[in-house]
Design a protein around this ligand. Structure first.
Ligand code: NIG
Ligand code: FE
Length: 418
């Protein structure tokens, strides 16, 4: 049955339409609908425009009306295209050690780092992990994030990776936001694995990939290309196998040293994420490719290191998504809007570029063409802020929170109701 709902009026609505996936976006190009209404048909946008026009259409269609009072600015629901929110334990000790002068790799080698989280995550049950994901996804939701990618990668054995990916699937059923799972079995070679990195990857490809397909757990495969993780040569057969089975590829690339973005290009990855260490060479190669460059300012803030060269990537014609990388090690903050606006301030990104990075460009990094914009046929996912000027939202660098969040046309967070 068709159910119509009219929502509005919004003082300002940012549809994020008509903008290219690649390259710079001047703020003057940002489309803005003033005094806007959105008419929904069962959770999908049926039409959008001036509230008065939408009102007469709504009356014709006998739509239910959700009338807003006061000033509101409406954005597409934010998309966080890179997180690791499936984990157990804390790495507060790592953070303290790092700030006392130890490097990320030194801490990892001394028993902290990713392996510490693997140990904690292996001890947790599938139910515990799902509960942790739900709790974190809810916090993201209150910050306006309606779609979240979630990686495995703290299991690092067939059974433990499956536990994580099944927990992500369980959590997806329990949270209003959409969780997009990614297999990161290639996060590092587990300390308890007796064999070469290639042998570990081969075992994962042979044993884990078919179960991922059979259970429909994910269609995305990620790898961490770095010293202490996997080399370009290690990963090639793994990614080839993944591609042959129809998985999309994404890469943790150029975080501390270069090499990962080359892997992303060689294997036709959807995105190359991190890129803090990318030089002009990598920036230009990525910009000329179809690969989306995903900046993770939360990891720069968590590790106290430089930001991804986002300005250069855009100026070279690249596609820039911005994600939180929310994880217990490098990016414990997990506040996408704060991080995106801080990246914008340091990298001199326009408001339009920051917003594109957490809406339609982030959706493109997940190959999702039904969200990240507000237009006919798109999902009715909105983040709504109590202001008449949308610029106030970025100006407050994440301290200004949404007053309501809508997912597929349903009001799922209302500040007044908590
Ligand atoms: O994206 N770089 C590799 N992986 C994560 C960190 C994971 C961790 O430290 O637990 C990242 O930063
Ligand atoms: Fe990451």
């Amino acid at each position: 049955m068709k159910r119509y709902t009219l929502i509005g009026p919004f003082t300002q609505l940012l549809p994020m339409t008509g903008l290219a996936v690649n390259g710079p976006i001047p703020d003057a190009d940002l489309p803005l609908v003033e005094d806007a209404g959105v008419l929904l048909e069962n959770g999908i946008i049926h039409s959008l425009g001036r509230y008065t026009e939408m009102l007469s259409l709504a009356n014709d269609l006998k739509a239910e009306k959700m009338e807003l009072e006061g000033n509101h600015s409406c954005f597409p629901g934010f998309v966080d295209a890179h997180t690791h929110i499936c984990f157990a334990g804390s790495r507060a000790r790592d953070y303290a050690l790092r700030n006392a002068g130890k490097s990320y790799l030194e801490i990892a080698k001394a028993g902290g780092g990713i392996w510490d989280t693997v140990t904690q995550t292996r001890k947790a049950s599938r139910e515990d992990l799902a509960a942790g994901i739900i709790k974190r996804a809810k916090r993201h939701l209150k910050n306006g994030v309606t779609t979240l990618e979630v990686k495995s990668g703290y299991g690092l054995s067939v059974d433990e990776e499956l536990k994580m990916l099944r927990a992500i699937g369980d959590a997806n059923k329990e949270t209003p936001s959409d969780l997009i799972a990614t297999c990161l079995a290639a996060h590092m070679v587990p300390r308890d694995y007796e064999g070469t990195p290639s042998a570990y990857l081969e075992e994962m490809a042979q044993t884990l990939f078919p179960v991922l397909k059979a259970e429909g757990l994910t269609n995305r495969v990620d790898a961490f290309i770095e010293e202490g993780a996997f080399s370009q040569a290690d990963i090639a057969p793994y990614f080839e196998q993944a591609k042959a089975m129809g998985f999309d590829i994404t890469v943790h690339a150029d975080q501390f040293s270069t090499g990962g973005s080359e892997v992303a290009l060689a294997h036709g990855a959807v995105s190359a994420d991190h890129l803090e260490a990318s030089t002009n060479k990598e920036i230009h190669l990525l910009a000329q490719s179809e690969v989306i460059a995903t900046a993770l300012p939360g990891a720069s803030l968590g590790l106290g290191c430089n930001f991804t060269p986002a300005r250069k990537i855009l100026d070279a014609g690249g596609a820039l998504a911005i994600a939180s990388d929310h994880n217990p090690g490098s990016a414990p903050m997990g506040d996408l809007l704060t991080q995106a606006t801080v990246l914008g301030a340091f990298e001199k990104l326009t408001n339009a570029e920051v917003l594109a990075g957490i809406t339609f460009r982030a959706a493109a990094a997940l190959k999702l063409s039904d969200r990240g914009k507000l237009a006919k046929g798109f999902l009715a996912d909105f983040s709504v802020f109590h202001t008449k000027d949308y610029r106030e939202v970025l100006y407050h660098q994440g301290a200004f929170k949404p007053c309501s969040v809508w997912k597929a046309g349903k009001l799922i967070f209302d500040k007044h109701k908590g």
